[in-house]
Write a protein that binds this ligand. Structure first.
Ligand SMILES: Nc1ncnc2c1ncn2[C@@H]1O[C@H](COP(=O)(O)OP(=O)(O)OP(=O)(O)O)[C@@H](O)[C@H]1O
Ligand SMILES: [Mg+2]
Length: 311
């Protein structure tokens, strides 16, 4: 069982708008697709698609919270959320030929200190029996900036590895507690180190430094350029397969979900990277976030080569 943590969940609404977008007028929506959103829920869907057992947790509230749980039920994803007084937010993504994707993200409701305390108290019970915990994305207003550190400490005390995928201060704070894996992309790495990453040498140096600080697996994802992984066993690199991407949003989340599955299965580092890269690239071929076609995955998996670099 893998547990995914999504503290800032949302109802994601994808609106398809045909023709020219005109501000200040009434626009008709041709199609609307609602899904349980938030990076950790993309991770959960991928884990389920990989055939592993998953449970989603975090905060939900109000009617939107109930709807989010219903959407997860439809996807047959088990969940155990802490209920809060506020209403779960909605996020709107307008898909249009001219502008591709335009997102409107609600700020989300405030989570009160007592609600955070309840979640933290329940966390050991929530993750008991899990082989891996993933923590993804941002946190709602009201939550302490060091919450991810606290969650990592709890998981650590239960010998459960954590994959942390977040950014900015949350990543910086979380790293102090040594999660088993981090997967920053290039931008997140630059913000973390507060310096420009110019070339692959900079990426490797940064990854090695993070790994030496006590992170077991450091993966730097590079979008269409593939990924680099540094661990005790060595440095592993992979090029992403060349493909006509349909929607690359959530490719990183897909990679995290696949890494969690790979970790649960006890794969070797190079197998982990190959598997996670194939799932992530297959997600780029699906119009939906946190989704892939198994046939596409198998084709890409056969194509992907992982190289071990000399250290
Ligand atoms: N255009 C692409 N073609 C092929 N593979 C891709 C492409 N974009 C992403 N991928 C795959 O997905 C992985 C993760 O992508 P990326 O670095 O964009 O993650 P991210 O920025 O964290 O994404 P997100 O946060 O939206 O989930 C890459 O390492 C690669 O394997
Ligand atoms: Mg990401």
């Amino acid at each position: 069982m893998i547990t995914t943590v999504t503290l800032n969940a949302s109802i994601d609404k994808a609106y398809t708008v045909n023709g020219k977008m005109k501000n200040g007028t009434v626009m008709r929506v041709a199609a609307c697709r609602n899904s349980a959103g938030g990076k950790g829920l993309n991770v959960a869907r991928i884990i389920k698609l990989c055939g592993a057992e998953v449970k989603a947790t975090g905060f939900v509230g109000g009617y939107n919270g109930k709807y989010l749980e219903h959407l997860l039920d439809e996807d047959q994803i088990a969940h155990d959320f802490t209920e809060v007084q506020g209403e779960t937010r909605s996020c709107i993504n307008i898909l249009n030929e001219e502008f591709k994707s335009t997102e409107y993200l609600e700020p989300g409701c405030r989570v009160e200190p007592e609600e955070e305390k309840l979640f933290l108290e329940h966390f050991p019970q929530l993750i008991a029996g899990s082989s891996v915990v993933t923590i993804s994305g941002s946190i709602p207003e009201g939550i302490q900036q060091d919450i991810y550190g606290k969650l990592i400490q709890i998981a650590d005390s239960m010998s459960i590895p954590v994959i942390l995928d977040t950014s900015g201060e949350l990543l910086k704070n979380g790293l102090k507690h040594k999660p088993a894996m981090v997967k920053p992309n290039r931008d997140e790495l630059e913000i973390l180190l507060n310096k420009k990453i110019e070339d692959s040498r900079d990426i490797l140096e940064a990854a090695e430094e993070l790994q030496r600080s006590g992170i077991r697996y450091v993966v730097i994802s590079l979008g269409g350029d593939g990924a680099v992984m540094v661990c005790d066993e060595g440095v592993f690199r992979t090029q992403a397969p060349k493909l006509e991407a349909v929607n690359t949003v959530g490719c990183g989340d897909s990679m995290v979900g696949a890494f969690a599955v790979a970790m649960e299965k006890g794969m070797k580092p190079e197998e982990m990277l190959k598997f996670a890269s194939a799932v992530a690239s297959a997600n780029a071929m699906s119009p939906h976030t946190g989704d892939f076609d198994p046939a596409v995955f198998h084709r890409l998996f056969a194509e992907i080569i992982v190289e071990k670099a000399a250290i």
